[in-house]
Design a protein around this ligand. Structure first.
Ligand code: SF4
Length: 282
């Protein structure tokens, strides 16, 4: 049996940085410490943080004192203002690559472009970007939605950092019919592109593909969908104990990748479980 593990599997730079900043805060600052919503989209990593003293709250109103750690995909402006009013200490773990998307969104609005964000309107990163802008923003997640919008004089486009490049290209192509002037910034994170490309290459070579990551992680869901497109035998799991032996039955080539918020210890456990289920040694 050959197990191909993606080199790009697991924590990306932004998630690693957010985890380090959070753990660093537990050493530097007195309790209580909070994040607004989970710091990253992985329940096991969030449980680990909780054991270190970082608790999750859904609303700033539920926090009266202490330290608030901002998530890697950022927080809406209104929450930041509320935190300041409550005199909370703020540790900003927003990924610099997400901040770059904020910068381009503001730049395009400042220069009079109607802003189109390619992404999921309910994703916290997109919600946060929109909160810093006025109303002249549209969020689209398919070229179909674009059909009923516009036309506009000046159209500016950015994209949620974890979106697929294929979808971005489709929407950009469709947008060319909507405006004479279109200005585009590709704000997709390179880490996402590299991870997706590597996953597809592996999925093409194997008989069964395992994708590890939180069920609430959009980038893991997308990774699994992309892999499934080339290898229907793709399975998304959160932890090693969810592996189903039948998935590996009579399969000699197995692929493994993981989302940007999947801790390395979980990937290792899945690797070990695959070897165990196949009755092989590493
Ligand atoms: S996927 Fe990219 S943008 Fe998102 S947190 Fe990781 S490094 Fe930052």
């Amino acid at each position: 049996m050959k197990l191909i593990v993606a080199k790009s599997a697991g924590f990306c730079f932004g998630v690693k940085r957010a985890m380090e900043l959070a753990l660093d805060a537990t050493r530097k600052y007195p309790a209580p410490l909070y994040t607004l919503g989970p710091l990253i989209h992985n329940p096991q990593a969030v449980d680990y943080l909780e054991k270190q003293g970082v608790r999750v709250k859904d609303r700033v109103e539920a926090i009266s004192r202490g330290t608030l750690i901002l998530r890697s995909h950022g927080v809406p402006l209104r929450d930041l203002e509320k935190a300041k009013k409550r005199r909370l200490r703020v540790v900003d773990a927003t990924c610099p690559i997400v901040k770059r998307a904020h910068y381009y969104a503001k730049f395009l609005r400042r220069n009079g472009y109607l802003l189109l964000i390619v992404g999921d309107a309910e994703h916290p990163e997109v919600e946060a970007i929109c909160s810093y802008l006025d109303q002249e923003v549209e969020v689209v997640e398919s070229p179909k939605i674009l059909e009923r919008l516009g036309p506009w004089k000046k159209l500016g486009i950015i994209v949620q950092t974890t979106q697929s490049f294929g979808l971005f290209k489709e929407i950009v192509a469709a947008s060319l019919e909507k405006s004479k002037e279109v200005r585009i910034f590709n704000t997709i994170c390179q880490a996402t592109t590299i991870r997706q490309k590597e996953a597809v290459e592996i999925a093409k070579k194997v008989e069964s593909m395992i994708v590890v990551g939180g069920y609430n992680s959009a980038n893991t869901q997308r990774l699994a969908a992309i892999c499934r497109h080339v290898q229907p035998q793709t399975h998304h799991i959160e932890t090693a104990d969810e592996l189903v032996p039948q998935w590996l039955l009579n399969k000699e080539r197995i692929g493994l990748t993981a989302g940007a918020s999947t801790p390395s210890w979980i990937i290792k456990e899945v690797e070990e479980e695959i070897y165990r289920l196949k009755g092989r040694k590493r």
